[in-house]
Ligand binder design. Structure first.
Ligand code: 5AD
Ligand code: SF4
Length: 442
């Protein structure tokens, strides 16, 4: 099997980025392969796809069209398609694009090398988009973190079945890794120099990990144990769901200083009728109550969110409720999307009289409200001292370093390269449109 050079392309969320990095580990381990920068040079090309919205999905098929051309000049090249589109379409991908060799899902990515070998041995394309639960974690090679920040997957999938969302169908139901497995991986990362861990999952706060005693640990308990790890300085997580944002989790913010002063808690909409139609399981008031209780224990916590605008039948008045929520909560960052009907989801069958141009206009209004708010928050950080993780030299500016604040802002400041991968204190002196400027303080 000739698989010395690989080219991986990741679409969609951080979960997919993480999975893609694990595919690289697998290809290195099995074939001694190394990454190359274009698909033309590669023996193996992998697309790790996303199907959350129509646009992401379309990109996959246009990419596959281009890859067909590249493959003509590279006989024997293996083209593999993984991720959520693969999970949804399965065999359909090989039918539509017969030059694809391997199709695998988010839960079978550890089988990629085997599937590649089977493809060569049998001469037939291989498709495996099954859901073998936690097998993948037991089969993946040891992590080799780069730098001081690393992702750590603690649970997968989603059992909430929001009416617009494909994730429960593509990634399966919620399933948590046993608590000890998570803790061991965290310790290994910290031993390798990691200072900041981002816990990953579609719904991290739905975590129910088995303990050695046979009990179940919830997310708050997991955070408590992680906090005990010496040398680990910051804990982030993404994404959480308001329905399981428990009082215990809020208390954790009071007790655990390593939990960053930032939370990403998708709200999706400000209208209770729309929230019910989305099957989110909370009202706008309940959402605001979570935020109020969080702020009671962490007064300056920054809140990021996701919005969907133009859910089927959303009226102008209902959209204005979303705008009002944005203003009331003062979201620091928001990822807002126009509703995209996803095949097989209940919402895709709802009548939708609102035009696309109107939805686009709503999106722009929401984004500009959010930009203003984010700018105000940046300005309020002026003169404050922030504890930041130095990620490397700044992209622009001689002698400048680049670091990340709790609330995910980039701060550039003068300092020596020895500080890279360390946590330092920086006083904020300037606010620019996309970054902050600062000076090192002792
Ligand atoms: N259309 C538009 N946005 C969606 N999201 C999920 N499903 C859809 C859809 N069908 C958004 C939600 C979610 C984020 C990851 O993507 O806001 O929080
Ligand atoms: Fe895309 Fe969602 Fe799948 Fe991530 S989980 S790859 S965002 S569909």
């Amino acid at each position: 099997m000739h698989a010395k050079k690989f080219y991986l392309r990741s679409f969609g969320c951080q979960m997919n980025d993480y999975d893609t990095s694990r595919m690289a580990d697998l290809l290195r381990e099995r074939f001694g392969a190394e990454p190359v920068s274009t698909p033309e040079e590669a023996d193996v090309v992998v697309l790790n796809t996303c199907s959350i919205r129509e646009k992401a999905q379309e990109k996959v098929f246009s990419d596959l069209g281009r890859l067909r051309e590249a493959k003509k000049s590279h006989p024997g090249q293996i083209i593999a398609v993984g991720g959520c589109v693969a999970s949804q379409e399965g065999e359909g991908i090989v039918k539509r694009s017969p030059w694809v060799d391997v199709v695998f899902g988010p839960q079978t990515l550890h089988r990629l090398p085997d599937l590649m070998e089977a493809r060569v041995r049998t001469g037939r394309p291989q498709v495996d988009v099954s859901f073998p639960e936690l097998e993948k974690f037991d089969c993946l090679p040891k992590r080799q973190p780069e730098g001081a920040a690393a992702f750590l997957s603690i649970m997968e999938g989603c059992s909430k079945y929001c009416s617009y969302c494909v994730v429960p169908y593509t990634r399966g139901e919620e399933i948590s890794r046993p608590m000890v497995d998570v803790l061991v991986e965290a310790v290994q990362l910290v031993d390798a120099g990691v200072k900041e861990i981002t816990l990953l999952g579609q719904n991290v706060n739905a975590y129910r990990g088995q303990t050695p005693e046979g009990d179940t640990a919830d997310f708050a308990l997991l955070l408590e144990y992680l906090s005990e790890i010496e040398g680990l300085e910051r804990i982030r997580y993404t994404t959480s769901h308001p329905r399981e944002f428990t009082p215990r989790l809020i208390e954790a913010y009071a007790r655990l200083p390593k939990l960053v002063n930032h939370v990403h808690l998708p709200v999706q909409a400000g209208s209770d009728r729309i929230l019910a139609a989305m099957k989110r399981g909370y009202t706008a008031l309940e959402y605001k109550s979570i935020i109020r209780r969080l702020r009671a224990v962490r007064p300056d916590i920054s809140i990021a969110t996701d919005f969907i605008v133009g859910f089927p039948g959303e009226t102008e008045a209902e959209f204005e409720e979303t705008l009002r929520l944005q203003e009331e909560v003062g979201f620091d960052a928001s990822y807002s999307f126009i509703y995209s009907p996803r095949p097989g989801t209940p919402a895709a069958r709802l009548p939708d009289p609102v035009s696309y141009s109107e939805k686009l206009e709503r999106l722009q209004r929401l984004q500009s409200a959010n930009d203003q708010c984010a700018r105000a928050i940046s300005e309020s950080m002026l003169e404050s001292v922030q504890r930041v993780l130095v990620v490397g030299p700044a992209r622009r500016g001689e002698g400048l370093l680049s670091a990340r604040t709790d609330n995910n802002r980039i701060v550039n400041f003068p300092g020596p390269l020895e500080l890279v991968d360390r946590m330092v204190n920086v006083r904020i002196t300037d606010v620019y449109p996309h970054t902050l400027g600062g000076v090192l303080v002792e």
